[in-house]
Each structure stands twice: as C-alpha cells, then as structure tokens.
Ligand binder design. Structure first.
Ligand code: ZN
Ligand code: ZN
Length: 495
C-alpha cells in the first residue's frame, strides 16, 4: 500500500520545505494537520463506525423504520464520541416501497431472470403481465424511436452499457436510461420497461436506483423526445408543478441477465417475458438529518460543513454507499475534536436522510436552515465509497483557491494531487447549498470499482479496505482542520 510510504519523516520534510513562503497557513496549523494525517492513517474509528452502522442497523431506505433506527444510532454514536449540539432535524417525505419482484422469460427459452425494481416504479396487475419485449440498443435509440404504436402494450428493453472509469465519468451517460427510459416507454404506450443495470460488474446482482421526474429544466435541456413532450402536455399538463412518476413498472436486470436477453435477441428470436412487481408509493413518512458539531474557539458562527448520507438502498447494508462516507467524515471530525485546542471555526457534521430517493434531506436542510446558509464558509460530502483519495478539487474565491493550493501541498504525502480549481461539485447533498453560493471542495476518490457494487445487494461491509478508508480519514481531517482553523474567505464577493 503506497500510503504507508508517507512516513512521519516525509511529513516532516514537507513541513520545512513549505514553512517559509506559505502566506495563508501558519506553521502551527500545518503541523497540526500533519499530526492529524498521521493519526488518521493509524486510526480505525472510521472503519469501526461503518462496521457498527452496517451491522447494527443494516439496510436503511429513506422513510423506513430502519432509517429511523439509523438516526437513533447516529445520535448515540455522536454523543459517545463527544460531539456537541447533537440533534435531529426531521422532515416529511413520500415513501416508496419495493415490495417483491418476479421476472422470467416465457418464450422462446423459459427461465428466471434476476431483476430489481427501480425507485418510483409502479406495480404490475396482481397476477403480473406477460408481454413481448421490444429491444433497444441504447436510451438514445428508444428516445429517437417513432411513436408508431409498435411499443403499445409491450415491454421496452434498453441495453446501454456503462464504461468503468477512475472518475466515475461513465455514470452520467449510462444513467440516462435509469432516469427517463420509463417516460419514453410510457409515452409510447408500453406496459413496462426493463433496463440493463447501471453498473460496471459482471455479477448477477441488479443495480437499483431512483428514476427521475420530468420538469421544466429537463425539457429545456432537450432530454425528452417529441413523443414525451406531447404525452406530458396531453396527460400531465401541470407536470412542472406536480411531480409525474412512472405509472408503468420499471426494472433493472443484472448484467449477465442483460447479456442473456441480448444473445436471444441477437439470434433473431422474439422474447416474451412475465413480470410481476409489487412496488409503489405508501404515503407520507418521517425522515431526518442528524447533525453534530465541534464548536469553534474564535469564530463559532462560521461553519465548515461536512456530510455524508445516512440512508441506503434497501437491498444491502449500504457499506460503500454511504456507510463509508459516514465513517470518514465522522472519524475525521472526531480526530479534530480530540485535539487540545478547537479550530477557530465550527465544524458541523451533517448525516443527510433520504438522499437515494431524491436528495430529500439535502433540500430539507437548505430549507430549514435558510437563514443560516450565509454562515457556511465551506462544504463537502463524502459519497463515493471508501477508495483512495487522489485529488483535491474546489470551487471558491481566489483566496480560497490559493489556500487550498497550500492545503494540497500539505496532504500530498497521502498521494493526493491538486485537481480542478473551478468545480462547484461538493457532492450530491451539497447541491442545494452550492446553488446558493456556498463554496465547496471535494476529495475525489478512485471510483474504478465503485459501480461494481453501487446500489446492489453486494454493497456490504466486507468490501471496505480499512487502509484505504483510513487514508480518506487522514485527508479529510487535515483539510477540514486547516479550513476551520483559518479565517480565509472562501466565498466569492458577489455571492
Ligand atoms: Zn450515495
Ligand atoms: Zn446511492
């Protein structure tokens, strides 16, 4: 493991190398950051937090009883770790329940397939439905298909593959079919939609995930076909005000099952499938964000906000998504909390509820704390598994950029380079804050394997490498300490 090369000697060498000409970070603050990095590498607190959450709470879908238990767990954890101002900020949310699924090929070669309902999916009739499959190579092929009645009453199948990349860059393009294939299919009268899972593995685990609803910006961005626009205007003219969810069942099949469909289709055979889905919306439930702080010693009203999401999909224990993030940011803040002297600014840890089902906790936080968003000097979320951090990106003022340039030199022994300096992405739950001008940074992780496990029943604790997770804790502790111990203005002046 190369991070073991980052010995105390290395860290001390960088101390002398940069002590003279660093204007924005004091040598005392930098020395503390190096000490935190060393302790982070040696600490198993983050790993133990993930173990506890995934074992003692397990799966925790937004709005479920298990998610409520996760909030109780988080309050107890923060309290035991000595955090202050520990609190839950509850909010109401519509609850979607997966129920059960059965999917099989009826013709030409009868056999079971492994699938998972997508979040927001409707149910089939009680006895299921049996229909021919219409095969589309890609989401674009479905979107560009003529509205000629050829999908009427049939099952649309979409086959896009996702590309594996260190940055996770393959996710956005591949995800179009998860977001909106249901709408293209529904507008053309399809009875159901099946997609190849959005994932990079070849295991027999389907990848679930939330579908999206159409709105003015998805229309303006040209994401929908003419058939969809006509359908929305005819059937849901108020879709901008009222979210329009799928009224047909929508399912993802595992990659090997998608290959099976592709082979049978490729041989020129017509597939007929039986699908039974018992999923649907089950009324309003309560979720909540769990918050804890390390109060600042000089500027307690100025807040460095770091987060992760507490909820997970229901089919696994949510270890990489996002138990890892919970462990990383909590352990990093805890290391800082154990220092003899608190940082100048307050560090606030927010464990967001109901992220997977539409960033509901993130928007609730921004709404419930609207008066106070101006006090957040910098924000970031850890939500990309437990793989090694390799880059520090940011979107801040010029002074903030220069400060984070210095910060990167301090954390470089961890194997972290300076990435994009004009990146307003701070993580999914930071979006509502960034939209209101909150400056952001991100510790970008290696995501080569992330989408092998993401949203599958295989996202479990055994997949986490404790050394890689500890490197994350080390990096977060250093960056958060430095930002919180400074009085740097990260905001650009016109915001
Ligand atoms: Zn996540
Ligand atoms: Zn997720």
């Amino acid at each position: 493991m190369f991070i073991r090369v980052a010995s105390a000697a290395c860290l001390l060498m960088s101390a002398t190398a940069y002590a003279q000409d660093d204007a924005l970070i004091s040598e005392e603050s930098a020395a503390t950051a190096r000490e935190l990095m060393q302790r982070g590498l040696e600490s198993d607190t983050g790993y133990e937090i993930v173990r506890s959450l995934t074992t003692e709470v397990g799966p925790r879908l937004g709005g479920s009883e298990q998610e409520a238990r996760a909030r109780d767990w988080a309050v107890q954890m923060f309290t035991e770790l000595g955090f202050e101002n520990v609190r839950v900020e509850p909010f109401e949310m519509p609850y979607w329940d997966r129920g059960s699924i059965e999917l099989r090929i009826v013709e030409p070669f009868p056999q079971m397939l492994i699938g998972s309902a997508l979040g927001g999916s409707a149910a089939t009739p009680q006895n299921g439905l049996e229909r021919d499959i219409v095969f589309f190579d890609s989401f674009d092929a479905l979107r560009d298909a003529p509205d000629d009645g050829s999908l009427e009453g049939r099952i649309a199948y979409v086959n896009d593959r996702m590309i594996s990349a260190q940055t996770g860059a393959g996710y956005g393009p591949a995800n179009a079919k998860r977001q909106f294939a249901w709408l293209e299919a529904e507008a053309r009268g399809a009875a159901a939609v099946i997609i190849r899972s959005v994932g990079t593995d070849s295991h027999r685990f389907p990848h679930t995930g939330m579908m999206s609803t159409p709105n003015a910006s998805s229309v303006a961005a040209g994401r929908h076909s003419r058939a969809v626009i006509d359908y929305l205007n005819a059937e849901h003219p108020d879709f901008n005000e009222n979210r329009v969810w799928s009224s047909i069942p929508a399912v993802a099949v595992s990659a090997p099952d998608a290959d099976q469909i592709e082979r049978i289709h490729g041989a020129g055979e017509t597939l007929r499938a039986h699908l039974s889905v018992v999923a649907g919306w089950r009324g309003m439930r309560q979720s909540g964000n769990v918050i804890a702080e390390i109060p600042g010693r000089e500027l307690p009203d100025e807040v460095v906000l770091i987060g992760a999401h507490l909820d997970s999909w229901d089919e696994a224990t949510g270890a990489i998504d996002d138990g890892a993030g919970v462990g990383i940011v909590t352990a990093a803040a805890h290391l800082i909390g154990q220092l003899p002297r608190a940082p100048r600014r307050t560090i606030r840890v927010v464990l967001f509820g109901a992220e997977e089902v539409g960033l509901l906790g993130a928007f609730a936080y921004a709404r419930q704390n609207a008066d106070e968003i101006g006090n957040i000097v910098l924000a970031s979320e850890s939500d990309f598994g437990a793989g090694l951090v390799w880059s520090l990106t940011s979107g801040t003022s010029d002074e903030g950029t220069a400060f984070l340039d210095e910060t990167q030199r301090i954390i470089s022994p961890l194997g972290i380079i300076r990435g994009d300096r004009a990146n307003r992405g701070g993580g999914p739950d930071i979006i509502p804050l960034a939209m209101q001008g909150v400056p952001v940074f991100r510790l970008t992780q290696d995501g080569t394997d992330y989408f092998d496990l993401h949203h599958t029943p295989d996202d479990t604790f055994d997949k986490i490498d404790p050394d890689e997770l500890a490197q994350n804790v080390a990096a977060w502790a250093a960056v958060v300490w430095l930002a919180a111990d400074s009085d740097v203005e990260f905001r650009t002046q016109d915001e």
